[in-house]
Every structure is written in structure tokens, then in C-alpha cells.
Design a protein around this ligand. Sequence first.
Ligand code: FES
Length: 93
Amino acid sequence: MAKGFKITLAGESISFWAEPGLTILRASLRGGGGLLSSCRNGTCRACRCQLQAGEVSYLIEWPGLSAEEKAAGWILPCVAQAHSDLILLRPAA
Ligand code: FES
């Protein structure tokens, strides 16, 4: 059975697999990636990460990011699915 796509957290030596049909956040929680979350519906932005490599799609049309943030590569993993291997950068604490 295919594992899906490999997701790596840049600079953290952490990676996990995103099985088909799982959001990136759910894959993180299953695979030990430990992404932060709260609402899990694209509203609170707690899970926000910057996409450094790869492709994602959204489950909803209105992920809570501005056009500028999207252009800069910010994504919301709770409502996004991987469409390739990904490299994500978490915001600085
Ligand atoms: S957990 Fe709230 S936007 Fe992702």
C-alpha cells in the first residue's frame, strides 16, 4: 500500500507521511509531526506553515489567508492536502 507523500518540516529533522485523503494536519498528528492546531477548519490560523516545496490543494474555497500570504507560500494544513512531497516551514515561535 502506498504511503502517500512525504512531508518534511524544514530545519527540524522531522518528517511524516500524508496518506491519500488526509489533511496535512491529520497526517502530522498521526505521524508525529506535531503541527499546532485549534479550530481545524481553516479559521484560527494556528496551524499556519510556509510551503517551501511541493503542491497542495484545499478542501474549502476560503482558507483564512490573504492573497499576499498565499503568494508568499503560507498554507493552512488543517484544510489542505498534499499533492506531492512537501517541505514546510513552521513560523518562528
Ligand atoms: S487549525 Fe485553525 S486554521 Fe488550521
